[in-house]
Ligand binder design. Sequence first.
Ligand SMILES: [Zn+2]
Ligand SMILES: [Zn+2]
Length: 252
Amino acid sequence: MTLIQSIMDLLFPPQCPFCRTPIPVSSANTEDSIPVPWDRCSVALERLVCFQCLEKMPWLVNCCPHCARPLTLAVHNCPYCLEQPFAFTYCCALASYQGALRETLHRFKYRGEKALAVSLGRLMAARLAGMPWFSKVEMLVPVPLFPQRQRLRGYNQSVLLARTLSRELGIPAEELLLRVRDTDSQTGMGRQNRWENMRGAFEKSGRWQSKLEGKEFLLIDDILTSGATAHAAALVLKEAGASCVSVAVIAR
Ligand SMILES: [Zn+2]
Ligand SMILES: [Zn+2]
């Protein structure tokens, strides 16, 4: 931690993104008692999440590397991947979409709490850094919103997350995709319809360049449910020439 960061933490103690309690600076010294949910973790999680939430959050640990579904079977047997082969190769998700995480994402997306992109992005960065496949990723690509929807919201939460991740991980982020169809309201739609509805929802943006062909990309989004959105976005990048596309989300 830099000196400036330490001073900032003293003046403005970081808050837990999930329950908003201030995280005491001294907690950095109680490392022994902190339950770390993941095998490899490069950062001090106790600086990002309060102890209670760190313990309670339904972190995704034993899950399919390709689609991040919680697994009880052997990895190569993920029934979801067999049923629906995805255009993306790997998926990294922080935790299950429930409880405090669900409320936090709601504040982040619909209540204008843009600052959550920093704490949630740092958590994603900590998780990603431990993924064996992550070192090959060369560029981050936020999943775009339909322009009209973005104007209403005032921001795209995935772009904000990608910015934090880019800073934390030292990997460039580019808005290489456009959402050309409004497909956001998929609630109440059956699974098959969701997949059909996403077809042709994305196109490559004017920022795509031929020198990006053959590179490995990581799509950034807040949540992955059916996987139809990430699949459609990954397809466009692969058709444009990406050699590999993976996905990182907060919730699954
Ligand atoms: Zn908390
Ligand atoms: Zn799977």
